[in-house]
Design a protein around this ligand. Structure first.
Ligand code: AMP
Length: 428
């Protein structure tokens, strides 16, 4: 199937073609015709399957005919986190560039004055986190009786974050003759109940998860004493030809400590966690996307759904306490069919969590002992190129996914205290 077969408007198709997409993904091929028929839809799909465009594209066309009244948005997309809401908003900008639709992003932490101003002007698409939406509703800044289309994105994440009561409250404030689209990676009983209560004769569709990280991400484990974590991370960054990386930690307070440490070692590192003011979170993420920041030290706020292209590595500085989080974390690399590498640092006390992770991914992670100064390749892969003396190395490496290595550490650095002043320019 090609996009032209889907009955989208010429303007929307033009934006899709400019994005370079050749054909709709399975969720798009299934969802777009149903949404065009104004059916309610329950879409079982994970991030990475193209699900955002599957509702954004038909919504843009459906909304293109009318005009929004002051404070009365015409459609509503609910997303669990500010970052995911911003990602949805970006999709509307990309695919709606040839339409004149007004959009507003209502997320906590941003100035309410600006958000209210936009609402006053009338918005076609309102993208919001549940808390901020209810807040503005209670202040009388927003009326929800003109909502024609409601999207609940990442419903399972909403459930994890305790947002289901808020969603139920919001649903009751909306007109009953709306169209409702709900997307979720899993169908927990609470979500099923929600769909039964608030969706009208929905059509359920599901697609296979996007290539699971197990296929595109090489995964390794280093078992060490917790006191050696910082040094081990430095060694890994040095050996691994890191272009850019998410470094996941379990505790917010440790994020600041590790970020300072990495900065002190000369890296371009920044922290990202839920307690930071929203403008700072947005700025940090943008800097990471533009490669101004190359090491993003973060909590699980960054683990789900965030779509940053070309991330070479994920480091689990802490073993996540939930096995699901492990899968989400490593899925930040190896996206869109690219290859990625994920490393985890584990100490004795992590045994229980590690077992749960290995049970979930149904494989034992490859244990690596960091002794030699070389990039570790999974068993069975040739490492001759990496172990060959540098002056004999061919320019292009046929068995790796990256171009010529960009980190070429000096031989005597490895046991030292990290990079000292000798930090590769691309990481500064
Ligand atoms: P999502 O599942 O919405 O988070 O989308 C995952 C990624 O797939 C995003 O980077 C989109 O830009 C990309 N994408 C969406 N639709 C298509 C398509 N039809 N062909 C190729 N890539 C797509």
């Amino acid at each position: 199937m090609i996009f032209d077969d889907l009955g989208l408007s010429p303007e929307t198709l033009k934006a899709v073609h400019e994005k370079g997409y050749k054909e709709p993904t399975p969720i798009q091929a299934k969802a777009i015709p149903l949404i065009q028929m104004t059916r309610d839809v329950v879409g079982l799909a994970q991030t990475g399957t193209g699900k955002t465009a599957s509702f954004t594209l038909p919504m843009i066309d459906a909304l293109s005919g009318g005009r929004a009244k002051m404070r009365m948005p015409r459609s509503l997309v609910l997303a669990p986190t500010r970052e995911l809401a911003a990602q949805v908003a970006e999709n509307f900008d990309t695919y709606g560039k040839y339409h004149k639709l007004n959009k507003a992003l209502l997320v906590g932490g941003e100035s309410m004055i600006e958000q209210k101003k936009l609402l006053e002007q009338g918005v076609d698409v309102l993208i919001a986190t549940p808390g901020r939406l209810l807040d503005l509703f209670e202040r009388g800044s927003i009326l929800l009786n003109d909502i024609r289309i409601l999207v609940i994105d990442e419903a399972d994440r909403m459930l994890d974050m305790g947002f289901i009561p808020d969603i139920e409250r919001i649903m009751k404030l909306l007109p009953s003759n709306r169209q409702t689209l709900l997307f979720s990676a899993t169908m927990a009983p609470e979500i099923k109940k929600l769909t039964e209560k608030f969706l009208s004769n929905p059509k359920s569709i599901s697609v296979a998860p996007a290539a699971s990280p197990a296929k595109t991400v090489e995964q390794f484990l280093v078992e060490i004493h917790w006191k050696k974590k910082q040094q081990t991370l430095l060694t890994l960054i040095k050996q691994e030809k890191v272009d850019n990386a998410f470094i996941f930690l379990n505790r917010k307070k440790d994020i600041d400590t590790l970020t300072s440490f990495l900065k002190q070692k000369g890296f371009s590192a920044a922290g990202l966690h839920g307690d930071m003011p929203q403008p700072k979170r947005t700025e940090t993420l943008n800097k990471f996307k533009s490669n101004e920041v190359t090491l993003l030290v973060c909590s699980d706020v960054a683990a789900r759904g965030l779509d940053v292209k070309g991330v070479s590595h994920v480091f689990n500085y802490d073993v996540p306490m939930s096995a699901d989080d492990y899968v989400h974390r490593i899925g930040r690399t190896g996206r869109a069919g690219e290859k990625g590498r994920a490393w985890m640092l584990a100490s004795n006390s992590d045994e229980k969590f590690l077992e749960a992770i290995e049970a979930l991914i149904k494989k034992k992670l490859e244990r690596v002992v960091l002794t030699e100064e070389k990039r570790h390749e999974p068993k069975g892969k040739s490492t001759t190129k990496d172990t060959a003396p540098r002056h004999q190395k061919p320019k292009a490496k046929a068995n790796t996914y990256k171009p010529e290595p960009q980190v070429v550490p000096k031989d005597d650095e490895i046991e030292g205290d990290g990079f000292g002043d000798d930090v590769p320019a691309f990481l500064k």
